[in-house]
Write a protein that binds this ligand. Structure first.
Ligand code: CMC
Length: 430
């Protein structure tokens, strides 16, 4: 990056110059780190609409063009030509693995798929009807208590060790949260299966019955994992970075990212999509719900539509749409009432002026929710699967941040709008 360009900001008639930093692609940024020192003012940008909070070399998103690149590679090529573990290797290490590296990587991850027996016992402390995300946030945070052998985060080997553990154990923990919620025994990982097929095995096998993963469904889950693996500085990734900026351990940081992801405006959307479809129930009621979504006085939003960054289309949505049709065909579910309703809603909203004019297109979670439902995964588990997929992105960002020479604790400032200084009135005079 060079800073040969400059930006001038005039404050109270005085012009102050700031360097402009060049990115590899995408918008340049005005480096305003010296703004307060030079002007005594802060910038005000709640929601980070115009603020780059860090440098990153992992993922690039161009919302206008509908482009998503992991380490330079288009998401479409990765989704159709690679598997999830290869994409994890790429995101964490910067390059796709060759055949030897891939075999070593699979072994490195599968060596860690089991969880400590004491961790298994933690689950019984949760109510059976606890939301799986509540369980996940708690149990993943609790991993911090198990791995004192790799807590020197200035050491890259310790960071890699934590990354392996997280990547390998989160699917086991997610599947355990599901098994616990339905009162079934935990099923251990099968290291001879690939990442997605093994997850389906841990979800759906029982001690009484072997589960043979259907390759079309395992591939669909693998694609869900790939398209959700990273998305630059989304709310949960920014949460992980902020938590990690204080030197907190990666398990605690990833648990904080999961907590953020849980919200319906973020990773909770795919669960919200299915809940919404169940509430709409019938295509004849779509009009009523579209009218509610357009009504400024109604807080109802069409779940699975719109995106902060993608305003023309969500490239992940396109891949998931295709995958959705593959899965519905494989399972003969095209005529299932709920899936028919989803496809009707998609068609009607895509033709509606309100949604078209505001750039509100079905996003990745509209289709991924439908696919997850077709795979037999219950709605409450959807965000947990997103969390499983995004773990690699969170680790990569945490790792990237820790490795920066000028890394500082994140500490935003504020526009204070409360009371100025005042004195406490004695109790008998209030
Ligand atoms: N239904 C109806 N109206 C909407 C919707 C929607 N889903 N999304 C945005 N709008 C309207 C909104 O009311 C606003 O209208 P106006 O300009 O008249 O005030 C306008 O579109 C812009 O919305 P915004 O809230 O300012 O946009 P944002 O960039 O802050 O929000 C969003 C993006 C994803 C939070 C929002 O579109 C939304 O709530 N969508 C539904 C939830 C969802 O599907 N989230 C998953 C996102 S993809 C997965 C991920 O990356 O986490």
């Amino acid at each position: 990056m060079s800073n040969e360009r400059a930006a001038n900001i005039t404050v109270d008639g005085k012009s102050v110059e700031f360097p402009v930093l060049r990115g590899a692609v995408g918008p340049d940024v005005i480096d305003i780190r010296s703004l307060y020192a030079k002007t005594g003012m802060f910038t005000f940008d709640p929601g980070f609409l115009s603020t780059a909070a860090c440098r990153s070399a992992i993922t690039f998103v161009d919302g206008k063009a509908g482009t998503l690149l992991y380490r330079g590679y288009p998401i479409e090529q990765l989704a159709y030509q690679c598997d999830y573990l290869e994409v994890c290797y790429l995101i964490l290490k910067g390059e796709l693995p060759n055949a030897t590296q891939k075999q070593a990587w699979i072994k490195e991850i599968s060596d860690h798929t089991m969880v400590h027996e004491q961790l298994s016992r933690l689950f019984t402390g949760f109510r059976r009807d606890a939301h799986p995300m509540a369980v996940l946030v708690g149990v993943v945070g609790a991993l911090s208590a198990f791995y004192h052998d790799a807590m020197d985060f200035s050491d890259q080997a310790h960071r890699d060790q934590s990354a392996d553990r997280l990547l390998a154990k989160i699917p086991s923990i997610v599947a355990m949260a599901y098994k616990y919620s339905v009162g079934l025994p935990f099923v251990r990982a099968r290291n001879d299966l690939d990442y997605a097929a093994n997850f389906l095995h841990m979800m759906f096998a029982t001690p009484c019955e072997e589960y043979v993963p259907n390759p079309v469904l395992a591939r669909a889950l693998d694609r869900i994992l790939i398209v959700h693996a990273d998305h630059e500085q989304g709310a949960s990734t920014s949460t992980v970075r902020l938590a990690g900026s204080s030197g907190a351990n990666p398990f605690a940081c990833i648990a904080s990212g999961m907590a953020c992801l849980w919200g319906p405006a973020h990773g909770g959307a795919s669960e919200a999509v299915l809940n919404m479809l169940e509430e709409i129930r019938d295509a004849s009621r779509i009009g009523k719900y579209l009218a509610r979504a357009k009504d400024k006085n109604d807080s109802f939003r069409l779940e699975g539509f719109g995106h902060r960054v993608y305003k023309s289309f969500d490239p992940r949505g396109k891949i998931m749409r295709e995958t959705c049709h593959e899965v519905l065909n494989e399972l003969g579910l095209h005529d299932d009432p709920l899936f028919k309703l989803a496809l009707d809603l998609e068609r009607i909203a895509l033709e509606d002026d309100f949604f078209v004019s505001k750039g509100l297109y079905p996003n990745v979670d509209f289709y991924s929710g439908i696919v997850k439902r077709a795979l037999g995964i219950p709605n409450e588990m959807f965000t947990a699967i997103f969390a499983m997929a995004r773990t690699v992105g969170w680790i990569a960002h945490w790792n990237e941040m820790i490795g920066e020479a000028d890394q500082k604790i994140g500490r935003p400032r504020q526009l204070f709008v409360g009371s100025p200084r005042r004195d406490v009135v004695p109790r008998d005079k209030r």
